[in-house]
Design a protein around this ligand. Sequence first.
Ligand SMILES: Nc1ncnc2c1ncn2[C@@H]1O[C@H](COP(=O)(O)OP(=O)(O)OP(=O)(O)O)[C@@H](O)[C@H]1O
Ligand SMILES: O=P(O)(O)OC[C@H]1O[C@H](OP(=O)(O)OP(=O)(O)O)[C@H](O)[C@@H]1O
Length: 213
Amino acid sequence: MTKPLTFAVPKGRILDEALPLMARAGVVPEAGFHDKANRSLSFACEDPGLRVIRVRAFDVATFVAHGAAQVGIVGADVIEEFDYSDLYAPVDLDIGYCRLSVAEPASGVDPIDGATHVRVATKYPNLTRRHFEARGVQAECVKLNGAMEIAPELGLAGRIVDLVSSGQTLKDNGLVEVSTIMEITARLIVNRAALKTDPRVAALVEQFREIAG
Ligand SMILES: Nc1ncnc2c1ncn2[C@@H]1O[C@H](COP(=O)(O)OP(=O)(O)OP(=O)(O)O)[C@@H](O)[C@H]1O
Ligand SMILES: O=P(O)(O)OC[C@H]1O[C@H](OP(=O)(O)OP(=O)(O)O)[C@H](O)[C@@H]1O
């Protein structure tokens, strides 16, 4: 029997917006998927040829790049940070709007940062280094996995690079946005080899193209 296609989704905020699109494309996970007490990570779908796995956003890209999942949904921030050559992002899903920005204390940047060298707390070290390098500045990145906004106040870094949507988190933590690195939406991603060899992957891409259309 052919193995079901594995569809990877992030477990957090994108999911609420992604589920209706997935349903229109025929990707409908079993009822247990919506049960918060259910600790399973893999779920059967109404279509027995599919299963959905629920993992962290960065890991969606990793599973799909390695072909462990063939299809997934993830923010463009994650795609650009990893820049996996085995990942292809054919459809902009027009959900998950936010931006990746540089922010600094409203009260001014700590003098530990000079004109050509800065210390930045971020979950996105590659995008951060690239952004500053293009401006002739060397960025020393301190990798955090969340709550970046607290780092400047505690002297861990002069600036942060993080996702911004309403701007409320920055404001509540005494920070101001100083430049935008990229605008972000969520994308359908596929493993390139799977797209070439498995017609079910190409068919799903077409479904999502029509829906996002
Ligand atoms: N404030 C925001 N507003 C809108 N979209 C956001 C916001 N913050 C993050 N995003 C998008 O959502 C993605 C994270 O998705 P989601 O929260 O579903 O994943 P997650 O697995 O819970 O993440 P994490 O691993 O960080 O806990 C980000 O990569 C980005 O594309
Ligand atoms: O501009 P805003 O609307 O305030 O949104 C921005 C916040 O949203 C994201 O965090 P999230 O809530 O996903 O939590 P996290 O710290 O666990 O990543 C992001 O990392 C910011 O902290």
